[in-house]
Design a protein around this ligand. Sequence first.
Ligand SMILES: Nc1ncnc2c1ncn2[C@@H]1O[C@H](COP(=O)(O)OP(=O)(O)OP(=O)(O)O)[C@@H](O)[C@H]1O
Length: 246
Amino acid sequence: MNEAGAVLQSRGLCKEHGQGQGLVRAVDEVDLDVPAGEMLAVTGPSGCGKSTLLHLLGGLERPSHGEVWLAGRRIDALSERALARLRRRSVGFVFQAFHLVEELSARENVELPVLLAGRSPRAARRRAALLLEQVGLADRARHLPWELSGGQRQRVAIARAMANEPLVLLADEPTGNLDTAATLDVLRLFEGLRAAGQTLVIVTHDERVAATADRVVSMRDGTFVDDTRLAGRATGGLGDMLGLGE
Ligand SMILES: Nc1ncnc2c1ncn2[C@@H]1O[C@H](COP(=O)(O)OP(=O)(O)OP(=O)(O)O)[C@@H](O)[C@H]1O
């Protein structure tokens, strides 16, 4: 199974937690196709299964049933070792709480995945310098996370997520801890990545964030209840969308 052009797919994807009376089906028979280069937003109320879906798609959790395919390769049944390698090299993760390594500088945080992928310190340094430049933080490379604002931390986290040129960037409430100006910075970065052909899946309950996507799927109780392609999403300025003057 590999629909032409889909970089990320799921079929009959299910995740159950607990058992008996306490059984929760966090993700319930989800079929998803994310074409290469698409920016997809996943929305829905708290507890509807958005984060669980993202974890399944990125190989952070294993499904109870169903399949996940990344670039034509079935990943849900990979060994732990193969899955860890895939997460390091082929998937970029961005989290609401940033999850930077507090003891490492911005530059070292971005270098780390490159080193873990087996590349040389020199290559890691070059890649980190380029990415920090692209997220507008070249002058903060030596700063530790606590010396950065929330928005700056998230930009470092995005640079880190892009370190190994992932097939797909998965973001879980990436603007959930940010003020409007920092949200705008993050959305501009996502917009730039999308323009460069990056595939993105963004979990958000911020409608303004969802409005910047190519397509929005809405979840309720573990399933998709709506799937809408946003025509003309690229026409309005992000600043207008967020109620700011650009
Ligand atoms: N490890 C777990 N054990 C038991 N139940 C879980 C576990 N993880 C998630 N759940 C349950 O699965 C459902 C989906 O949770 P999930 O975190 O995916 O929702 P969400 O839409 O991301 O919510 P939010 O927007 O609040 O982050 C919820 O009912 C949650 O309580």
